[in-house]
Design a protein around this ligand. Structure first.
Ligand SMILES: Nc1ncnc2c1ncn2[C@@H]1O[C@H](COP(=O)(O)OP(=O)(O)OP(=O)(O)O)[C@@H](O)[C@H]1O
Length: 227
């Protein structure tokens, strides 16, 4: 089941108590694809990490469906992430010495009860992304595009209702980036997941339903809907 997002009065502070991100209020409909756009250092990753409950929220509310993650303690936020969020990063963050399947199934190592289901989800996602689950090679021998598809499969393996991606195409060449965006959008749309992508990439901006513009640590204007 997809989850809607509702944010209000959000303030994230840096080490010295200075505001590094502020957002008055915005909503994201369940199942939509959204890009966070802005120049380098604008606060895109900080916003994404706040939505994931990965950075402390000094003020305000971040609510996914009925769960206000901003009022949960760290272990509660981690449990919410495990149950509902798949994450994808610019640098893939794979274990180089493991195979694609072992990387994509990694969450199963931490949640024994769901290990089998996560393994199945990982194999399904790898196949769907055009990678063979039975490829015994370590991912150290994979191309950038293949590595990022393994990272997408890892994010999808737990069947999360939310996918959060931080510059997922920034380490890829143009052709691999385009293919990745198509796959990411299609895979999240067909399963009704909510997708939020922090990205500089125009291809991402064109592919999503709406765009959140961030500059100097603030959201600018309304969430802009793509035609
Ligand atoms: N813990 C922290 N303490 C102080 N400042 C921080 C902290 N985390 C991030 N910042 C600063 O907040 C600003 C926003 O950083 P953020 O990584 O969110 O930007 P970004 O838009 O994702 O940039 P890029 O596109 O370059 O990745 C930057 O100036 C960064 O140096």
């Amino acid at each position: 089941m997809a989850l809607p997002l509702s944010v209000s009065g959000l303030r994230v502070e840096g080490d010295a108590g200075r505001a590094i991100l502020e957002a008055d209020a915005f909503d994201v409909a369940a199942g939509s694809a959204v890009a966070i756009r802005g120049p380098s250092g604008a606060g895109k990753s900080t916003l994404l990490f706040a939505l994931a409950g990965l950075v402390p929220i000094a003020k305000g509310s971040v609510r996914w469906g009925e769960t206000e993650i901003s009022s949960l303690k760290e272990d509660g936020r981690a449990a919410f992430r495990r149950a509902h969020i798949g994450m994808i990063f610019q640098d893939f963050l794979l274990f180089e010495e493991l195979s694609a399947e072992a990387n994509a199934s990694l969450a199963g190592a931490y949640v024994r009860k769901r290990r089998h289901k996560i393994g199945e989800g990982a194999r399904r996602a790898l196949e769907r992304l055009g990678l063979k689950g039975d490829d015994a090679r370590t991912v150290a021998t994979f191309s950038g595009g293949e590595r990022q598809r393994v990272a997408v499969a890892r994010a999808l393996a737990t069947e999360p209702s939310i996918i959060l991606a931080d510059e997922p195409t920034a380490s890829l060449d143009r052709a691999a980036a385009d293919a990745l965006v198509d796959d990411l959008i299609q895979l999240t749309r067909e399963s009704g997941r909510t997708l939020i992508v922090a990205s500089h990439d125009l291809k991402v901006h064109e592919a999503v339903d709406c765009i959140i513009d961030v500059a100097d640590g603030r959201l600018i204007g309304e969430v802009r809907r793509n035609a």
